[in-house]
Design a protein around this ligand. Structure first.
Ligand code: GTP
Ligand code: IMP
Ligand code: MG
Length: 336
């Protein structure tokens, strides 16, 4: 057994939370580890009619036998972390790497008030300013925060030892390819690289131990905040199609666009994708809502998936047909 990384292929909010929850339930990892920037992310998981929005705890929490680890690369806001631990009742199995840098109230204040950051349209969650302090080597670490003392661990050690025991480890990213500090639409990006290699590094796993990289794309890409969006559609068109979305963390309306095959291919290349997951196929064709078998998809949906495979040149193995964890077509057995 080895590790699988799941990352976003566009501007975040592709539905990674939902895909991670499905893979966790079906592949039963012993550890689910979270990389990425920090609590600027909002992953949504819907299971049995209940909806959860998580910003710090890995979205795979729905699979109850897995340890839930936050890698050293991730910024931790202790208040957000502790609130989620309580809400999800995961104190026994949620841990943070002792080296995680800490977001303090001053970081949130700067993030919300600095003109340049307002222009970029940051989430205001303090991530950028906290990463600045981390680079200046003045940020606090998790080991310096008494409220976190019962939750500290060495994440790379836990993961690599689990891999040595032949266990399956799931590593989840946050944000998306086009928000990467290196490869995204700079300066309208987040404060770190967000590609699969960075996510693996965030949790302390070397590239040789990663077997699969699943890149998640949504049928209609979205973007929150400012910056270029080549395939953006007019607001009225998104309303007409009934595909308007609002942010999990900030409640901001998400800009919506048409499928961008060129960006998808480039993103799959830099991420080293071995599989692609497509979410929101029910937004392309309402008749696909809740479908769980390939044969039951409409011609329009099948054609779209075939087009994606031709453009991206990576097999589409997971097709999400609605927000619920069970609303998915899983083709991994047939295609791999
Ligand atoms: P970040 O880490 O913030 O980038 O988020 P994310 O990739 O986990 O996505 P997020 O949960 O923020 O947004 C995705 C939205 O789409 C959520 O509201 C999901 O419930 C919803 N969703 C996921 N898959 C599907 C799908 O197949 N169909 C529909 N209609 N909604 C979906
Ligand atoms: P920051 O990460 O809060 O500094 O925000 C920088 C940019 O990334 C802004 O455009 C945000 O809207 C965007 N962003 C950050 N995290 C997410 C996310 O999880 N989903 C979608 N957009 C995000
Ligand atoms: Mg989100």
């Amino acid at each position: 057994m080895s590790a699988t990384v799941i990352v976003g292929g566009f501007w975040g909010d592709e539905g990674k939370g939902k895909i991670v929850a499905h893979v966790a339930n079906s592949d039963k990892p012993s550890i689910i580890a979270r990389g990425g920037v920090g609590p600027n992310a909002g992953h949504t998981v819907e299971i049995n009619g209940q909806k959860f929005g998580v910003r710090m705890i890995p979205s795979g929490f729905v699979y109850k036998s897995a340890k839930l680890l936050i890698g050293a690369g991730v910024l931790v806001n202790p208040e957000v972390f502790l609130k989620e631990v309580e809400m999800l009742n995961v104190a026994e199995r949620a841990r943070v790497d002792y080296r995680c840098a800490i977001i303090e109230p001053i970081h949130c204040e700067i993030d919300k008030t600095q003109e340049h950051l307002k222009k970029i349209g940051t989430t205001g969650t303090g991530c950028g300013p906290a990463n600045v302090d981390r680079v200046r080597r003045v940020a606090k670490q998790a080991k310096d925060v008494p409220e976190l003392k019962d939750f500290l661990t060495d994440v790379p050690l836990e993961i690599n030892e689990a891999l040595d025991r032949n266990e399956f480890v799931l590593i989840e990213g946050s944000q998306g390819f086009a928000l990467s500090l290196y490869y995204g639409t700079y300066p309208y990006v987040t404060s770190k690289d967000t590609t699969a290699s960075a996510i693996a590094s965030d949790v302390g796993v070397g590239p040789t131990r990663i077997e699969d990289v699943i890149v998640v794309f949504k049928c209609f890409p979205t973007r929150v905040g400012s910056g270029p969006f080549p395939t953006e559609m007019p607001v009225e068109e998104a309303e007409r199609l009934g595909i308007v979305e609002y942010g999990t963390v900030t409640g901001r309306r998400r800009r919506v666009g048409y499928w961008d095959g060129k960006l998808a291919r480039y993103s799959a290349m830099v991420n080293g994708a071995t599989q692609v997951a497509i979410t929101g196929i029910d937004k392309l064709d309402k008749e696909c809502y809740g479908v769980t078998e390939w044969e039951k998809l409409t011609q329009k949906a099948k054609k779209f998936i075939e087009q994606v495979e031709a453009e991206v040149k990576v097999p589409v193995t997971l097709i999400s047909t609605g927000p619920e964890t069970k609303q998915i077509i899983d083709l991994r057995r047939e295609k791999l």
